[in-house]
Design a protein around this ligand. Sequence first.
Ligand SMILES: [Zn+2]
Ligand SMILES: [Zn+2]
Length: 141
Amino acid sequence: MSYTGHCACGAVTVTLEGEPFGVGQCWCRQCQRIAAGSASNNAIFQASQVTTTGDLAVHTYPAESGNDSIQSFCAACGTPVFGGSSAMPHVVAVKLGIIEQPHDLRPGMVMWTSEAPAWAVIDPALPQFPKSPPIPAAEVS
Ligand SMILES: [Zn+2]
Ligand SMILES: [Zn+2]
């Protein structure tokens, strides 16, 4: 399987070879800021599975873990494209919104529920974590 995707303006394109090793939904405040108040949804790939074209702008900030969270956006239109962590440069969290439909990728776990707004609708069937779960996906949302 492979996936393709692009940002809202089309200047950034991505090609994803193979399957992600998971999809996480993150309600942390930083994700709410880039996701219009909702959660971010992130398909976690190895960097070697991901190719991209176009100019990305990068915003880096300190995560609660003490590592740097690295967020990449289309430099032209601002669409969130990738998340990442300084602790795991070989892992890329691809923002689900940029991946072309149709596909079957969907969140398999939910993190940072402690920061979700009162109106958030969170699938009760999914594993939930009030903050970062004890798995690497937490670092790269
Ligand atoms: Zn763009
Ligand atoms: Zn987050």
